[in-house]
Design a protein around this ligand. Structure first.
Ligand code: NAD
Length: 548
């Protein structure tokens, strides 16, 4: 059944307890038209990342979550509810496995064959695990990344610099705002005018230029004036980026967030927007080949800017790998963003901590924002983010917030929120989760675990241990996925969501989950030999049998 989906708000339960009500609301919230990119197809974000396999599965998951008892667990296999088991109160209410394939079969053609048979679905990271909160989710990570670029190359600010990127989709749409929050100028290439328009409406993008000439003129004037502005231009990145290079536009930073991880979601040069879906569906192999050739041209231009001294990085969409398959041999000349900027944070167990207000009341998030500022007064970057987010971020679906917190911090925030629910300061429970892109929850050699110090990039035991430890610690739902942002065959990752319903039991679960979950990040990086992680482990008492 195709229907408009929106999460319930308020304090009235349709499920039997808050833990299952929370899963139900977050599942529905993922498909809210204000949240999802293509809700009619159950697609939440990231190309084809879905919340449920099909509409009958959607109905069955909704029904089961309403009926589930506090000692039962729903099993979801790639978006389809396949069983309900008697477990116990500390067990997760939902266990999810999405898109997993045996390694020798883990390639796109086999995945698509199985998907076409109705046997699997693509779960992305937070689509199939029901904790996507719209573009804000990545805005924070993108803000952190551009702040790190500014620190590394531009004296701590992007003022007076021009960043060029492409893709204004669910995740990529965060780029213009993240750049302007760091005081820079962003030129964003997007092939679909509706996507660009949507970012304008949500105030993530400031302007859309009529054509490339006026876009360049506007950006260079802003760069010279030190004005922070973001400009969208409609066109194909594989044509526009080489053109910018040819015209010798003085670009300082280049990255990309088209859906390059899935060649069918990247529009090749010479194919119109109208032809896209039919062509990709009818001739996937030919389309893939053409997309990869275009990505080769796109990445060749990125390397051209690198050669001219620009700061260039892969923003986690596998475009280097696809360009290499498209025949361009210098694709890996520039690094991925994790080794370049994020790994030191991972060593501290830092990562994207997020929460949503099940009440639907933005005032609840404002109160949690204030609580975060009070809890961590010494963290200036956190304060800058929370204040700017409060002013600039439009909520999509249930009001939500994200900030990066580390080991020893996350559980303090979770316990505080639980107290605020218990005291009635917040009008309904809060769900606390995170992206699968976190310090100890993912194996992804082109992204989160690229260039690990000990060469352990492809070891996938860590995300599995992460899911197991969260299950054992009292998380409300736990997921293990394959593919995510980098595509089939390239990553294994896990997620957890834990409900703060104000009860003492929730407090016990929160303390364990939000200690052990980032703790996985610390031990993973200690194991790989990072001194920063060893210091954190020693200072904070993380027990690591093979150390000391
Ligand atoms: P999306 O599918 O919602 O958006 C991609 C956008 O790219 C679309 O708007 C599409 O029209 C546009 N596009 C496609 N081909 C193009 C071309 N040739 N020229 C210009 N625009 C083109 O995807 P998303 O959710 O925004 O994710 C983007 C990518 O980032 C994905 O590969 C995703 O896996 C990856 N990702 C990265 C991170 C990270 O932390 N860095 C996190 C999540 C996802």
């Amino acid at each position: 059944m195709m229907t408009t989906v929106r999460a319930d708000r308020g304090t009235e339960l349709t499920a039997k307890q808050w833990s299952t009500e929370a899963a139900l609301r977050m599942f529905h919230n993922n498909l809210d038209p204000d949240v999802a990119e293509r809700p009619e197809d159950l697609v939440v974000y990231g190309g084809t990342g879905k919340a449920a396999r099909d509409w009958p599965s959607f109905d069955a998951i909704s029904r089961e979550l309403k009926n589930l008892e506090a000692d039962e667990t729903l099993l979801v296999q790639s978006g389809r509810p396949v069983g309900v088991m008697r477990t116990h109160e500390w067990a997760p209410r939902v266990l999810i496995a999405n898109s997993n394939l045996v390694p020798d079969w883990a390639n796109w053609p086999e995945f698509r064959r199985l998907e076409a048979e109705g046997l699997t679905m693509y779960g992305q990271m937070t689509a199939g695990s029901w904790i996507y909160i719209g573009t804000q989710g990545i805005l924070q990570g993108t803000f952190e990344t551009f702040a790190a670029v500014a620190t590394k190359r531009f004296n701590g600010t992007l003022r007076g610099t021009l960043t060029v990127t492409a893709g204004l989709g669910g995740m990529g749409g965060a780029q213009p705002l993240a750049v302007t929050m760091n005081e820079g100028v962003a030129l964003c290439i997007e092939v679909d005018p509706h996507r660009a328009q949507r970012r304008l409406e949500t105030r993530y993008l400031d302007e859309i230029a009529d054509d490339l000439d006026s876009a360049i003129e506007r950006c260079l004037a802003a760069k010279a004036a030190g004005e922070a502005v973001s400009v969208g231009v409609v066109g194909n990145a594989a044509e526009i980026l080489p053109e910018l290079l040819r015209r010798e536009v003085p670009v300082d930073i280049v990255t990309d967030q088209t859906s390059a991880h899935d060649p069918l979601a990247y529009l090749p040069v010479g194919v119109s927007l109208e032809e896209w879906q039919d062509y990709a569906g009818a001739k996937p192999d030919e389309f893939t080949q053409r997309a990869r050739e275009s990505m080769a041209a796109h990445v060749e231009a990125m390397v051209g800017f690198l050669d001219r001294g620009a700061e260039v990085f892969d923003y986690g969409n596998s475009i280097r790998g696809e360009a290499q398959l498209g025949g361009y041999d210098r694709a890996f000349a520039f690094p991925g963003f994790v080794p370049a900027y994020i790994r030191p944070l991972f060593c501290e167990g830092k990562g994207p901590f997020r929460w949503a207000a099940l009440s639907g009341d933005p005032a609840d998030i404002a109160k949690t924002d204030a609580a975060i500022l009070e809890l961590f007064p010494e963290n200036e970057q956190l304060a800058r983010w929370i204040k700017m987010a409060g002013e600039r971020v439009e909520f999509q679906g249930l009001p939500a917030r994200i900030c990066w917190l580390g080991y020893g911090e996350r559980h303090l925030a979770g316990l505080k929120f639980n107290e605020m629910v218990a005291s009635g300061e917040l009008s309904a429970p809060i769900v606390i989760g995170r992206d699968h892109l976190d310090c100890g929850s993912v194996a992804s050699p082109y992204r989160e675990t690229e260039a690990m110090a000990d060469g352990s990039d492809a070891i996938a035991d860590w995300p599995l241990l992460n899911a197991l430890v969260n299950t054992a610690s009292g998380a409300t739902w736990v997921s293990i996925h394959h593919g995510g942002g980098v595509g089939i065959g390239r990553s294994i990752h896990a997620g957890q969501v834990t409900v703060a319903d104000g009860t003492p039991l929730a407090a016990q679960k929160i303390e364990r989950v939000l200690t052990n979950d980032p703790g996985m990040g610390v031990i993973r990086h200690v194991d790989a030999g990072y001194d920063e992680a060893k210091t954190v482990a020693a200072d904070k008492g993380v027990r690591i049998p093979m150390e000391g």
